[in-house]
Write a protein that binds this ligand. Sequence first.
Ligand code: RRO
Length: 317
Amino acid sequence: MRLERELFGVRFRAPVLLAAGTCGFGREVADVVDLERLGGLVTKSVTLEPRAGNRPPRVAELPGAMLNSIGLANPGAEAVRRDRLSWIREHLAGVPVWVSVAGHRPDEYVDIVRMLDAERGFVGYELNLSCPNDTRLEGRSFALDPDAVDEVVGRVRRSTDRPLLVKLAPHDPDLPDTARRAEGAGADGITVVNTLPGLALRAPGSRPLLGAGPGGISGPALRAVGVHAVWRVAAAVEVPVVGVGGILSAEDAWQYLSAGASLVQVGTGSFADPRCAERIVGGLERLGRERGVESVERVPRTDPAARPAPLEAGGVR
Ligand code: RRO
């Protein structure tokens, strides 16, 4: 199966990218991951000022899931402009890099984009409107306020000609509507989903596992949520949808592609196996061959009215 595709004026060698927050700024993983084989990467979310992040522990393993509250730890936009992007320019010339942008005010998104936009080395931005762990937003990320989505996306759109992905939240009560709003305000693609807010407590004393208390759930437990979100958003917008949430195997990635994703991102899967995304690229080639699909653009879309698949012993893994 031919994995290459072109979207947003960008050529992707494969439809598999590393998700924001799971590969730093590329340098952190470059010794272990062959980034040239992938469709690219999304950086850790960048805020205007450096952020130290939340109190540790910042991650915990749960059955079938990971819980994190990193708290946007990042060096800030100026250090990213000065150091991280110059490293990316020198070392990742052929790799489409997306800068994830986050903030607690709409102005912050615009200021970051204005600061970085003249630099070379990255193809576009992923606007993170859905971080569950920004204590300054008190659990109300911009993605949950449709007017804020209009404002942030619209203002950033007027500040750059680069492609804009907009990352939305899984617990949005009207995800298709929010995606349409983002599209209307100028998004070139919609990324779904960010992590799902959660809390894990430990006996005795029922104290939180994480230093910050609540966090965001990712990993296999999020996969069906992500596939569902892609399926709903793909039916609602014209722009490409990027699927992320619990992808650990080529079979998982295939589910997302058949639900309507044009690209997928691997996040938590890379923590368990740093080469997870590369493995998925190889696995997709194989699956396509076995299933007689010649190009990733032709992965058949699921028919939601189709009769259920026969359950193997144990069901879907
Ligand atoms: O840094 C984080 O705690 C974090 C972010 Br910005 C995000 O978008 N999603 C997430 O699960 N964690």
